[in-house]
Ligand binder design. Structure first.
Ligand SMILES: Nc1nc2c(c(=O)[nH]1)N[C@H]1C(S)=C(S)[C@@H](COP(=O)(O)OP(=O)(O)OC[C@H]3O[C@@H](n4cnc5c(=O)[nH]c(N)nc54)[C@H](O)[C@@H]3O)O[C@H]1N2
Ligand SMILES: Nc1nc2c(c(=O)[nH]1)N[C@H]1C(S)=C(S)[C@@H](COP(=O)(O)OP(=O)(O)OC[C@H]3O[C@@H](n4cnc5c(=O)[nH]c(N)nc54)[C@H](O)[C@@H]3O)O[C@H]1N2
Ligand code: SF4
Ligand SMILES: [Mo]
Length: 782
């Protein structure tokens, strides 16, 4: 798996009962007309059918039933029989809001070829054939001139399930696939296997835990379904909740213990908690003695983080830190699910925060327990390792050229090679900040072509001005998306993508220990069905079409996504179409406490949970095998002058409904729910700055300024502001300099990705803990 939340496939083995939901109704009528003569009037036949599908408007993949009439979807509702969501759907599907996505008049309809200057907003409509021919020709020419590594791929929060781009880039010969995974999930996906030879923070057992620790995670806004489970568990089983967040956010309001942490200091808190647990002898002796490597070294390191010091760093009162440590160590089982902001998005302390949390899970013995965080082993979940992504096609000399390989080895091929036995589902990543810089500089080699699929880099990555310059410096930019976006506006070719309702899929609910319950579905709407004039292609067809022209179509499963799905379900002895009809849902039983089995070893070099990481030690480069905390360079402790100019500590990107990142901003039902960008500021701070709730304000850092509307609220500390991310305005002009207002309210314009802010091992950039100042917009500025 790559990527920001990318989804692998899983083929579990339990068949559910057969069920057919399709029904067809025909209607006809005989009428008597005004002259009394009976006329035989056969009404147009209305075909009506109900199709099962998995919603991909977010990663939860809720099971839904789609009612179609005459080729058009008229209703989508939750599937009560789906064991994952049990009929639940969220605001994105309620009240027919999905119609403003699926049937939005602004959806891309046909392939577009740039007709003016890059970013000028002038396009020529062309056919898919012409687009494929020309794109392939230009890619081949660039490969001849600069080498295959000149192509890079950028991915975002994949809403599809696959990592198909890897197959393409491998076959094309380029090692460069970059994306948001570095700050979302993938850093964790590399560091957890380093620690315990598998991944477990996405297999937290929310439903059976006696204590859930939401650490930089607010599922009440980001994964509503998981939040329902947690609430249910709290109510029915009396489970407890600890929340660690700089905001008194939705989940915090239900917490038994809330630690209002200073943004970006999670590594220090985790070390402080480890210290308390060791000092007070609360750790799981049996597990640590039998299964942990490097406890003595950890003990020495943790002692450097006494509670009073940690309280000072984190702004959390010392007694609360102790209380949290005690509660987590003594309430069993407890789960500590993944949370981006308290880990991958922490900037220079990301590795330490992720590792320290992995260590907390380990020394409390919560690893692989029912109600704890269950360990994923190879072949145990996500069988992308079984899928042929043609990794063998990429020679070592090309792998060595991956951008970031030598600088940030964690996520690149260098790191992948080390952990791939333990975690083959993980795929390597080029480092995005370096990739953008290399596009501009051409050093050490030119990056001249970029394919963007399911990503919107002009909004998703920090340092938007650099991203903009980088994308403009390319010879060839290809974007495959549903809508024209600020990124697509800079492209040479923009291709219309098929939505989740228009392609095959396997629902693969994430973030649950039972995430392997899944269902297959054929497209609910076929291409051109229902009179639509949109000539979409799904992501698979996109890659296949290009591969065909470049001469490696035979390496794929066939021309359609269904061909690949057929291969996926081949072990069941049936075609995907039949699978969708016959196999309703699948569940794989969990196998907890695998370490109790004869001959078990954690898939690390020592065969144990590595509190002290021998992998990180052996990487060279002076990386620390134990977690630590360092003040980020923008913090007052590190640079008082800078902090004096930008006194507020800024969080970005706290999730809110109904948007999913940059999506759903088009005018319509979604946008009506949330028309303007909003940042949260404490009333005292606002008052001191003469800001009232609702005022448009400038938010400024050394990178520039953007404007959002103030919401005064005590959920944030007076020293903190929380700024929404991913704002653009599809209703504003496309052509540069506007690019749909991408510079107006997009917080990534003012976040920095300079190497000094990056995690030294993973190369991840900070989404939280930046420094900013705020002031009211003058009249006429908003
Ligand atoms: N509505 C909606 N849901 C989404 C998404 C979306 O765009 N919109 N995106 C999806 C994706 S890709 C992801 S990765 C997930 C993320 O899912 P979450 O991790 O739940 O989401 P966030 O809201 O980014 O962060 C969670 C909490 O971290 C807090 N936080 C901020 N800075 C810090 C910090 O320094 N330390 C700590 N401890 N907490 C901090 C925020 O205040 C917030 O309440 O959400 C997914 N779900
Ligand atoms: N400042 C700040 N920046 C952040 C974050 C933050 O919290 N703060 N969060 C970060 C995180 S966790 C993530 S994961 C990234 C998300 O970054 P992105 O994933 O780049 O953001 P999206 O809006 O999700 O962009 C996805 C684009 O792909 C399109 N799309 C969606 N599904 C598909 C599909 O199946 N096929 C195709 N071809 N196109 C599709 C959408 O229309 C959209 O334009 O943002 C990151 N950026
Ligand atoms: S929670 Fe996600 S998957 Fe479920 S209905 Fe809402 S958008 Fe769809
Ligand atoms: Mo993400």
């Amino acid at each position: 798996m790559t990527g920001a939340f990318a989804r692998p496939y899983r083929l579990p083995t339990i068949f559910a009962q057969r069920r057919t939901l399709c029904q067809t109704m025909a209607s006809g009528d005989r009428r008597r007309s005004g002259d009394g003569r009976e006329r035989s009037c056969v009404m147009a036949e209305t075909t009506r059918e109900v199709k099962r599908a998995s919603c991909f408007l977010c990663h939860l993949n809720c099971g839904v039933l789609c009612t179609k009439e005459n080729g058009r979807i008229v209703k989508i509702e939750g599937d009560p029989d789906n064991p994952h969501n049990e009929g639940y759907v969220c605001a994105r599907l309620e009240q027919d809001r999905w119609k403003d996505f699926e049937y939005n008049p602004n959806r891309l309809k046909k392939p577009l070829k740039r007709a003016g200057e890059r970013g000028e907003g002038k396009w020529e409509e062309i056919s898919w054939d012409q687009a494929f021919d020309e794109m392939a020709q230009r890619l081949a020419a660039l490969r001849d001139e600069y080498g295959a590594e000149t192509l890079c791929f950028l991915e975002g929060t994949y809403r599809t399930q696959s990592n198909l781009h890897y197959k393409f880039t491998n076959l094309f010969g380029s090692p460069n696939t970059g994306g948001n995974g570095t700050i979302c999930y993938s850093s964790d996906m590399w560091l957890e296997p380093c620690t315990y030879g598998g991944f477990c923070s996405d297999k937290s057992d929310w439903k059976r835990a006696d204590l859930v620790v939401l650490w930089g995670r607010n599922p009440a806004a980001s994964e509503l379904l998981n939040w329902q489970w947690t609430l249910k568990n709290m109510k029915e089983r009396g489970a407890k909740l600890i929340v660690i967040d700089p905001r008194y956010c939705e989940v915090a309001q239900h917490a038994d213990l809330f630690l209002q942490i200073r943004p970006g200091t999670d590594a220090a808190l985790a070390l402080g908690m480890i210290n308390v647990i060791i000092e007070e002898d609360l750790y799981d002796h049996e597990f640590v003695d039998a299964w942990c490597h490097g406890f003595d070294e950890l003990k020495v390191r943790a002692a450097e983080y006494p509670v009073d010091k940690v309280a000072e760093i984190t702004w959390i009162p010392a007694d609360k830190i102790r209380q949290a440590a005690r509660m987590y160590a003594t309430t069993k089982p407890a789960c500590l699910p993944w949370g981006e902001k308290g880990g991958d998005g922490c900037g220079i302390n990301a590795t330490s925060a992720i590792r320290a949390k992995a260590i907390l899970r380990s020394i409390t013995g919560n690893i692989d327990k029912v109600g704890g965080d269950q360990l994923t082993m190879p072949g145990d979940r996500g069988n992308t390792e079984d899928m042929n992504f043609s990794h063998d096609a990429l020679p070592q000399e090309q792998r060595d050229k991956m951008v970031g390989n030598d600088v940030y080895p964690g996520l690149t091929f260098k790191g992948w090679d080390i952990i791939s036995e333990a975690y083959p589902r993980f795929y390597p990543y080029s480092n995005a900040p370096l990739l953008f810089r290399q596009m501009v500089s051409g050093d050490p080699y030119p990056i001249k072509a970029c394919i963007v699929q399911a990503d919107n880099p002009m909004l998703a990555f920090s340092n938007t001005r650099l991203v903009h310059e980088a994308l403009k410096s390319l010879d060839l930019l290809i974007v495959h998306d549903y809508f024209m976006t600020p990124t697509a506006a800079l492209a040479d070719y923009v291709l219309p993508a098929a939505t989740w309702l228009e392609r095959c899929s396997i629902g693969y609910p994430t973030m649950d220990v039972e995430q392997v319950s899944m269902a297959g579905s054929m497209p609910v709407v076929e291409r051109f069905e229902g009179g639509t004039d949109i000539d979409f292609r799904d992501d698979y067809e996109f890659w296949y079409g290009l591969s065909e022209r470049l001469g490696f179509a035979d390496k794929w499963w066939g021309p359609s996504y269904e061909d690949m799905m057929n291969d996926q379900v081949a072990p069941f002895g049936m075609k995907f179409r039949d699978f969708c009809e016959k196999v309703k849902y699948l569940k794989v039983p969990n196998e907890p406490e695998k370490y109790k089995k004869e001959g078990f070893r954690f898939l690390t070099p020592t065969g144990k949970v590595e509190l002290y990481s021998t992998i990180i030690e052996k990487l060279g480069g002076g990386f620390d095998p134990l977690p630590s905390f360092e003040y980020p360079p923008n913090f007052p402790e590190a640079d008082p002058d800078y902090a004096a100019e930008y006194p507020l500590c800024m969080i970005t990107g706290a999730r809110f409904m109904p948007f999913y990142h940059t999506e759903h901003r088009q005018p319509g039902a979604y946008r009506d729910l949330h028309p303007d960008p909003i940042f949260d500021i404490h009333p005292d701070t606002a008052m001191a700055l003469n800001i009232a709730s609702g005022d448009w304000c400038w938010i400024e850092t050394h990178k520039g300024r953007i404007r959002q509307r103030a919401r005064t609220t005590t959920i944030v500390d007076p020293r903190v502001i929380s700024v929404q991310h991913d704002w653009w305005f599809p209703e504003k002009p496309e052509a540069e300099p506007s690019l749909f207002g991408v510079y107006e309210s997009n917080v990534n314009v003012i976040l920095d990705d300079d190497p000094k802010y990056l995690d030294p091992l993973m190369g991840s950039w900070p989404l939280t803990g930046a420094s900013a100042k705020v002031y009211k917009c003058e009249e006429g500025e908003a």
